[in-house]
Design a protein around this ligand. Structure first.
Ligand code: NAD
Length: 494
């Protein structure tokens, strides 16, 4: 049984409600996870609030020392974390290792908190008067994360929130909760005081309890758009700071002058990596005339080499996370065919290197997809890649900009002017130029536009530091006899 982690140790809480955690590569229930009740969340938030009192006054040197120690532990045991991710999520081991690495980079960024949190000082803003800014932690903050990056997404937030002096309650996805528990154990081992980082598992009941709890001052959410909108609305209605990152439908525009071999490699890697279960996956390729036929041929021929199977066996693409999700994605393949798209590759009956009960679906490629089809409009979140043909750059740009989502996008071209125009005109938060998955490094900020993000603050980088701190500006004068006298006017510089 996977239990909560509260106050520096495993904690079972009072609720006996549980959920199944599958091994997606076998289809078997591997473990159960406890689901917190509102009362359990109340307890965890109370523990976090008690810890916040001393953690916020712990020196920057001590806070960054804990992060450095955690970084060493996580780096040394990265394979253990990747193994847990593959066992519960299904993504192949090399992909899980990549996720761990990207999470580790945020930890390394947070180690620099003494510099990151530094604010300004102005001497003599008025004669004998100094003004300086300080940034202080918020208190207890909540992080609610999705299944698709069970380590990396919590690590977008947790290290920075902790480094900035907050205490955290994380509610990871109930589908693959093991990675979060491992992180909590390692933070405790790194010397993080009890109660600074807590994990509660569960579903909507736990989420609602966090959104409604007056002690929780900020919420970082990542997940699907409908839930992101809900979390944003409920959290802000309760007076909290909320950043809620939602779903995506990422377009990759391929201009006819692009290197079509490189573009095809990119489309396959970004379309089918992690079985398409990435918020930055490419799900639509917009081929600008006359690139279409040659590009589709190249993508299809590469797909023939993809080995679908158990992520522990060196395959390229693993199973989907649950049987229900696999069936939903497969239903989109059916819908695409019914709507008249050309199924160049139909992944519904894949040859698999894995157990027969796994949640398998091979990669699917559709050509001649049109914007009215559900395979185009909906976030499928599976290994289904759609190719839309466009006559011109302007038509391609309009497709991207008409999407309700605006997470990531990419352009493939050898024309610097076209690329520059695209980065200027496109409505998305993360743009790749000949880079299909432009996930910013930890020291930049990650986030989309439109229905891909509710709130205005992106994850990690300086925006992350800003999100987890409140600004305060102090104006100070140390009195001497020359400062006397009566003056009821509004203070101005003299
Ligand atoms: P999800 O929205 O189903 O779940 C996300 C979190 O919300 C989980 O912790 C879950 O327990 C909780 N939740 C689910 N239903 C809820 C409800 N009704 N009320 C309150 N909480 C609820 O998302 P998922 O399926 O775990 O993850 C996949 C989605 O996440 C995709 O849409 C993907 O694009 C998105 N995602 C976005 C980003 C990004 O940076 N924009 C990153 C990763 C994933």
């Amino acid at each position: 049984m996977i239990s909560h982690f509260v106050g520096g140790k495993p904690w079972t809480g009072a609720s006996t409600r549980t959920g199944d955690v599958f091994d997606p590569a076998t289809g078997e229930i591997a473990e159960s996870v406890l689901f917190a009740s509102a009362a359990d969340v109340e307890h965890a938030v109370g523990v976090a609030a008690a810890a916040a009192k001393s953690w916020k006054d712990t020196s920057l040197a001590k806070r960054s020392a804990v992060l450095f120690a955690f970084r060493e532990i996580m780096s040394a045991r990265r394979d253990d974390l990747a193994a847990v991710i593959t066992a519960q999520h299904g993504k192949v081991l090399s992909d899980a290792a990549g996720e761990v690495q990207r999470g580790l980079e945020v930890v390394e960024y947070a180690c620099g908190i003494p510099t990151l949190i530094r604010a300004g000082f102005s001497e003599n803003v008025s004669t004998g008067v100094d003004t300086y800014a300080i940034r202080q932690p918020l208190g207890v903050v909540a992080v609610i994360s999705p299944f698709n990056f069970p380590a990396m997404v919590p690590l977008w937030f947790v290290p920075i929130a902790i480094a900035a002096g907050n205490t955290v309650v994380l509610k990871p996805s109930e589908k693959d909760p093991g990675a979060a528990v491992l992180l909590a154990e390692w933070f405790a081992e790194a010397g993080l005081p009890e109660g600074v980082f807590n994990v509660v598992h569960g579903d909507r009941e736990a989420v609602d309890a966090l959104l409604d709890h007056p002690t929780v001052k900020a919420v970082s959410f990542v997940g699907s758009t409908p839930i992101a909108r809900y979390v944003y609305e409920r959290g802000t209605a309760n007076g909290k700071r909320v950043q809620a990152l939602g779903g995506a439908k990422n377009h990759m525009v391929v201009l006819p002058d692009a290197d079509l071999d490189l573009a095809a490699d990119a489309a396959v890697n970004a379309g089918f990596g992690s079985a398409g279960e990435r918020c930055m996956a490419i799900s639509v390729v917009v081929a600008v005339d006359p690139a279409g036929d040659a590009l589709v041929d190249r993508i299809a021929s590469r797909m023939a080499a993809i080995r679908t199977g158990d992520g522990r066996r060196g395959c390229d693409m693993g199973p989907l996370v649950t049987g229900a999700h696999r069936d939903r994605v497969a239903s989109y393949v059916e819908a695409g065919i019914s709507a008249g798209a050309t199924a160049v590759v139909d992944g519904r009956d894949p040859a698999v290197d894995g157990a027969p009960g796994g949640f398998w679906l091979g990669p699917t490629l559709f050509d001649h997809v049109t914007p009215d089809m559900s395979i185009y409009t909906d976030e499928i979140f599976g290994p289904v890649l759609s190719v839309v043909r466009a006559g011109t750059y302007d038509e391609a740009l309009k497709l991207v900009n008409d999407s309700p989502y605006g997470n990531g996008t990419a352009i493939f071209t050898n024309d610097g002017g076209a690329a520059r125009r695209f980065q200027h005109e496109v409505e998305a938060g993360m743009v790749g130029v000949n880079v299909p998955i432009p996930v910013p490094m930890a020291y930049y900020s990650f986030g989309g536009w439109k229905a891909s993000l509710f709130g205005d603050t992106h994850a990690h980088g300086l925006e992350g530091v800003h999100f987890y701190t409140r600004g305060k500006v102090v104006t100070s004068r140390w009195l001497d006899p020359s400062h006397g006298g009566l003056n009821l006017g509004f203070p101005t510089q003299t």
